[in-house]
Design a protein around this ligand. Structure first.
Ligand code: GLN
Length: 446
């Protein structure tokens, strides 16, 4: 049924970079046989999902939606892929993204733009736009995204889906092509909170191959799916409701607040005073890490190579110039600049200090509440042809970026519609490793 849906709508939506229908059907047949034989299967066994194309899948092309990796076939599976395979889930294919996950629209993909299934003239958000659009269009039952500054939550909100960015370290990043290593985290995009919990159960856990993955117990996240927010203290950070937030978005979030009150939650106003510095700090730290991570794409070890160059340095220069798109090159240059000698202390070190202040803001707020509630994005999905300068677009991530800076878990769930019918999302932010509470609050609202 999912393949039939792909056949019917993929021409218009373009969620996928690569489809692997034959393998998907073969995998489904295996699970069918197990069921017929009365064997026990995992909860996600046989359920077709799709993987953001910056997550390594052995034998299946992994492009990061870049010309640089257009023909790259990995020789190993990401940790999350290994886990999902062990559960006999089905991978229907690899989903479209902004090149190397840098962006908020999926428009910077080398493989064409993805369209928002709710209105094909709108962006699906990004960078996991393909993963969210696939869910909204019925082209997959669950998908994986990655979130460095909002790339799971923002597209989930633009497409009326559920998306969760786990606590930094909850999920191994092994096999997720690194963008900004201290911020990246893999997570699910799904139709509802229950499905998100099921995927989390499979992908979380300590992995020897990622030194930042946490050696902590993984709870059964489905146990958190309880309809009860009585006494839960929900904090509204006042900085997230100011200028720049669309009036209808604010109105729908406030309706959600009323609903939580009726359900017995306690609403408290809190302040995260360093919010205004989060985006500018992110655009120092993330490009700095990206410039180092993307140095490996040198025309020698991976991917695209210019064959006309007459010397090794020229070959690397030309391969990188031709293999990377404009936004990726912009970030590499930004990152190299802020890390260069003389500027390192002024920019990078300063940004790291501000990052600490942002984290402390959250710690102080969580003394007064159990979860924070905010809009996922200040605006709903905008026009696919809207011209936006990079800075304006960067600023729209103000609601999601601080969560990555502090390493916290955050979930986006649907919460009403804009006047033009586009979905609006609300974000619940939890304490470190407290995915359970945001799942419970989301489940109760849904
Ligand atoms: N939109 C943000 C950026 O362009 C976040 C991207 C992400 O989370 N991968 O960097």
């Amino acid at each position: 049924a999912v393949i039939a849906r792909v056949d019917a709508v993929e021409d218009q939506v373009n969620s996928y970079v690569t489809l692997d229908k034959e393998n998907a059907l073969a995998q489904a047949a295996k699970v069918d046989a197990k069921i017929a034989a009365g064997e026990k299967i995992a909860p996600l066994a046989g359920i077709p999902g799709a993987i953001k194309d910056n997550i390594s899948t052995k034998g299946l092309r992994t492009t990061c939606s870049s010309k640089m990796l257009e023909n790259f076939i990995p020789v190993y599976d990401a940790h999350v892929i290994k886990n999902l395979r062990a559960d006999e889930t089905i991978f229907l294919g690899k989903t479209n993204l902004d090149e190397f996950a840098m962006g908020s629209t999926t428009k910077t993909s080398h493989f064409g733009v993805t369209h928002n299934p709710w209105n094909l003239d709108r962006v699906p958000g990004g960078s996991s736009g393909g993963s969210a659009a696939a869910i909204a269009a019925g082209e997959a039952i669950w998908t994986l995204g990655s979130d460095t500054g909002g790339s799971i939550r923002q597209p989930a909100s633009f497409n009326g889906c559920v998306g969760i960015k786990p606590t930094y370290g909850r999920v191994s990043r092994y096999g997720c092509v690194a963008f900004a290593s201290s911020l990246d985290q893999i997570g699910p995009i799904t139709k509802d909170v229950t499905d998100a919990a099921l995927v989390l159960n499979t992908i979380c856990g300590k992995d020897e191959m990622d030194s930042t993955s946490l050696d902590v117990e993984v709870p059964d996240f489905t146990k958190a799916l309880v309809n009860d927010v009585k006494g839960l203290r929900i904090g509204l950070p006042k900085e997230y409701f100011g200028e720049g937030v669309d009036a209808k978005v604010k109105a729908e979030i406030m309706k959600a607040v009323e609903k939580y009150k009726e359900l017995g939650a306690e609403i408290v106003e809190v302040s995260l005073p360093h919010t205004e510095y989060a985006v500018i700090t992110y655009y120092i730290i993330a490009p700095a890490e990206a410039s180092a991570n993307l140095a490996r794409f040198d025309g020698v070890r991976y991917g695209y190579r210019n064959v006309d160059a007459t010397s090794a340095p020229e070959m690397t220069t030309m391969s990188r110039t031709e293999g990377f798109g404009q936004e990726v090159r912009r970030r590499i240059m930004l990152g190299t600049y802020v890390l260069s000698s003389g500027y390192y202390d002024a920019y990078y070190n300063k940004a790291m200090q501000v990052r600490t202040l942002i984290r402390r803001d959250f710690e102080a707020a969580f003394e007064k509440c159990d979860v924070l509630l905010t809009p996922t994005s200040p605006v709903p999905a905008y026009g696919i042809n809207d011209e936006m300068d990079p800075l304006t677009m960067y600023m729209l991530d103000v609601t999601t970026i601080p969560v990555n800076m502090a390493g916290l878990p955050g979930i986006s769930i649907p919460c009403g519609f804009a006047d033009d019918g586009m979905p609006i999302g609300m974000q619940l932010i939890g304490k470190v490793l407290d995915e359970a509470t945001i799942l419970r609050a989301a489940y109760t609202f849904e």
